[in-house]
Ligand binder design. Structure first.
Ligand code: BG6
Length: 474
């Protein structure tokens, strides 16, 4: 069995990591514009250091990103040359609603994305649009405290409704909130939350989660009402947890840690809170303020498909202090001695992708979509000015084989695959440009030097052929 002939091959980016032009076209500041490089980045991301405006002495890489705001035509042309069937991108909330709580949207922002969608359509590229990818207008943080405030449900829903109406006929695939489970680990990035001393952090995070889940369900409902052709997905920062040993308590820890993320998708895909979460709330004294119609809206509007990012599996133990920790995509993990690591210490586990796909499909029985996967690596130009990124090809080849196995051998229903950072962009965790994922090189360094010119890497032609052969030639 082969992949479906309509399999959606492509690549993914996010507005805050690529667009730049943060104060152009009427746009105002958003939380992610305020993440500096350097040691304070993780404190700001976690909501432990308030940074609600640009401060002297810091470098903010999202200010310029890779200047896609001015160069998207050139970039889309390159995506088309690779044969992309789909391009995953995100809208900047504050480009469309600069403060977030206005009644009327900013026409210039809406027109900007319309231009992108029309350009994509010209090349028969299907847009897959994330409505909020680590993105909360700063005004909503200053005025309302971000997603911990229930009013955000109304503002987000109004934003979603506006874009569903405006882009009807241009966009049919939508994701409500990127990596929704990141909220528990990086509350400022995921929810625009800044903690004050004495805050009950767990309660605030789960309250924000509830508000996002209700908003996501309302958006799903509206998307279907506005256009019956709309398909809406949720988005999980994926990667299953392995127990470090066969001790039963390690396995139990792995189940619990998987549930931390599945909690969100359980609500979005099954339409109700799982019992293990309700028990946790009761046990830990986490009181969630729920509105009257909340349970009904969650039940009425589950998502159509489930998407996730996959960079690595994670390894856990009931006694993590006994082991060496690995670095990874935000989540803590013990170093798995059976796996190699990237230059950034993220462990490489292609079979883990097949396993995750199987777990998710068994659990939800909904079509899946891998919307992020890739290798962050340093690329250097050789003496001829070329980038021979065989390491990236090797990484992607193994992961593509793994998801093909999941589809072809295990029968997992898979809609598509978008590699992360199909063009080099700013890294979310560190703000670096030197952590590159792209098939297309962007001439810019970690300090903001460079021409921003684009250049194809060796992997560009390789991926083009993968798409052309529908994954038969890797
Ligand atoms: C995911 C995010 O967490 O991982 C992306 O959705 C991010 O925004 C990606 O860029 C890779 O992480 P990083 O830190 O290497 O950019």
């Amino acid at each position: 069995m082969q992949l479906d002939k309509n399999f959606l091959w492509g690549g993914a980016t996010a507005s805050n990591q690529s667009e730049g032009g943060v104060l152009e076209g009427g746009r105002k500041l958003s939380n992610v514009d305020l993440l500096p490089t350097g040691p304070d980045r993780s404190k700001v991301a976690a909501g432990d250091l308030e940074m609600l405006e640009w401060k002297d002495g810091y470098y903010y890489p999202s200010k310029v990103g890779i200047d896609m705001y001015h160069r998207y035509m050139e970039d889309i042309k390159l995506f088309a040359e690779m044969g992309f069937k789909v391009y995953r991108m995100s809208l900047s909330w504050s480009r469309i609603f600069p403060n977030g709580d206005e009644k009327k949207p900013n026409e210039e922002g809406l027109a900007f994305y319309e231009g992108i969608f029309k350009e994509l359509r010209k090349f028969n590229i299907e847009p897959l649009v994330t409505i909020a990818h680590f993105d909360v207008p700063v005004h909503l943080i200053k005025e309302y405290g971000g997603w911990k405030n229930r009013k955000l449900i109304k503002f987000y829903t109004h934003y979603a409704q506006t874009v569903f109406q405006r882009y009807k006929g241009l966009v049919n695939y939508w994701l409500t909130i990127n990596e929704i489970n990141i909220l528990l680990h990086q509350p400022f990035v995921g929810g625009g939350i800044v903690f004050k001393p004495g805050d009950n952090k767990e309660e605030i995070k789960y309250q924000a989660a509830h508000n996002q889940l209700v908003a996501s369900a309302m958006a799903t409902k509206l998307a279907h009402e506005i256009d019956a052709d709309n398909k809406v997905g949720c988005m999980l920062a994926g990667g299953s947890h392995y127990p470090y040993t066969s001790r039963p308590e390690d396995y139990q820890e792995a189940i619990n840690r998987d549930r931390e993320g599945y909690f969100f998708i359980d609500v979005q895909a099954r339409g109700k809170y799982p019992n293990y979460a309700l028990k946790k709330f009761a046990r830990e004294g986490i009181n969630i303020l729920m509105g009257d119609g909340d349970e009904r809206i969650l039940a009425e509007s589950p998502v159509d498909f489930v998407t996730f990012s996959y960079y690595s599996s994670r390894t856990v133990s009931a006694h993590p202090e006994d082991y060496l920790q690995a670095t990874g995509n935000i989540f803590p993990s013990i170093k798995n001695k059976y796996l190699p690591s990237t230059e950034w210490g993220w462990q490489i586990d292609p079979l883990g992708l097949r396993n995750s796909l199987n777990q998710l499909y068994d659990r939800y029985q909904k079509p899946l979509f891998i919307v992020e996967n890739g290798l962050g690596a340093v690329d250097t130009l050789d003496e001829n000015g070329n980038i021979e990124d065989d390491y990236r090809i090797d990484y992607l080849k193994k992961h593509i084989q793994a998801f093909k196995d999941a589809a072809e051998i295990d029968g997992v229903e898979l809609l598509g695959y978008t590699t992360w950072g199909c063009i080099d962009l700013v890294a979310a965790s560190t703000g670096q440009m030197s952590k590159r994922y792209g098939f297309i090189y962007v001439d810019r360094d970690d300090d903001g030097n460079g021409t921003l010119n684009r250049k194809k890497k060796k992997s560009f032609d390789w991926y083009k052929n993968v798409i052309l052969s529908n994954g038969e030639e890797l």
